[in-house]
Design a protein around this ligand. Sequence first.
Ligand code: HEC
Ligand code: HEC
Length: 471
Amino acid sequence: MTSDFAQNPGRDGRPTWGVIGRAAAFLLLFLAACSDSGTTAPDRSTADLAVAGHPGIATRVRSLATQRGITPMPAPPHVRPALARLGRALAFDPLLSGNRDISCMTCHLPELATDDGRSLAIGQGATGLGPERIHPEGTFIPRNAPPLFNLARLDHMFLDGRVEVDRAGKLHTPAGSQLTRAMTRALKFGAVSAQPMFPVVNRFEMRGQPGENELADVPDGDFRAVWEALMVRLGKIPEYRRMFEAAYPGQRFEDMTFAHASNAIAGFLVEAFSFDDAPWDRFLEGDHDVLTAEQLRGALDFMEAPCSTCHNGPVFSDDQFHDVALAQFGPGEGNGPTGRDDFGRMNVTGDPDDLYGFRTSPLRNVELTGPYGHAGQFAHLDDFIDHYSRNADKLRAYSDADVPEPLLRGTLVDNRDAVIAARSPFIRAADFDATFVREVTAFMRALTDDRARDLRRVIPAAVPSGLPVRR
Ligand code: HEC
Ligand code: HEC
């Protein structure tokens, strides 16, 4: 293994990523030989590459992107306006939480690019939003709240993909057969339509503890009883009845289930948070000058290095699971000797090959969505990118002082040897310098759609329950 991934000096004397780097270099040579615009391999030490939009480099980046399926964003599915309106109301309504104190958007804040700015999310029973949010008992959710961009493009929801549409188009969820066929028929946007069925059953995210409310009194595992109780709540509000019937023309509220609510929320997410107009998109359309010279070099680094082995397709995710050598802290998913570890994808499949696998993060608008990693291990994008280089050493050196959230210091899990052993082969030999980190970070900023910088426009003035929207 080690010799396969041994280091070799790059064409410009900078270290490369071993086997994959060499393969990419051959590919580049091949592409360069085929293209009429340039016949030599790129030499990044020469000054001409400092020229933004250098056509040779731009052509190579475009070709490599095409190879990786990093194509322009396909148009999102059409969402009926009445469906999106219902979904928006539900997503912002604390009525969906047991104690009526938290909505979906409390953890996916529009002003923080559908994120909460925290390493780990803070659920029901807490007060405040984003950086100010605080739980009286210091309780955190085991994982980082991911952003909600372009979700119609992914077949796996959640960082371990426990809600998934398989290759045959079949839906798998933690609810098993409780999500009936009739309910599944209401789910129109793929995996994302099923996802909102689950935060509402989670005690720490939204439902609360036994004795606190009628949703929380339902025994764990009885998903349907929670969903039915939610429909009872919603059905008591005439405006919701009207909105459901407008969203699903020809159907009566009585005949609908929480799957209709879930699908409407997904419709809202798809309609409001699909983004396809970053500088990168204009570059793909043929605008040579839209990327800075640094971003263009970063794009080449990204396409050559194994980054794009995993981060590919229009949203820069292969929608698959890999161990990229990250530290573990916080309450965890009940795994390992202390119960504070998080085995990731293995918790879904039971397959030891999936140990510490997490879904490749999509990277559009990534500049806006820190902290990064499944537990928010890094506050800054450049630090996250840097961690890939000599990642086993970096993981061993990661200490309490590196945990971005002060309240989580002292909770690091001693699983490093196992995480290192299970690392993806694609990152084992990663070794690059500060220039690479700077360039690739610059490239990441070219994936930001300006319209995603401030999403407060989607916040409704009020929701049908009359509960405060900003909780
Ligand atoms: C307490 C904070 C919190 C609340 C409330 C919350 N979420 Fe999340 N959300 C998270 C966290 C944390 C994850 C990642 C969990 C995991 O992977 O296990 C997540 C994951 C998701 C995902 C998956 C995204 C992806 O890339 O796979 C979607 C979609 C989502 N939430 C939508 C919602 C909706 C809709 C609601 C309301 C019904 C909601 N969330 C309520 C914190 C929250
Ligand atoms: C082996 C596949 C793989 C390779 C190679 C890879 N990544 Fe990742 N990337 C992932 C996975 C998986 C995650 C999520 C890991 C987690 O949270 O545990 C991730 C997360 C990220 C994130 C954090 C995003 C967020 O929202 O939290 C960034 C940024 C990122 N990768 C950039 C890069 C760059 C730049 C490179 C090349 C230097 C790269 N990745 C190489 C699979 C990969």
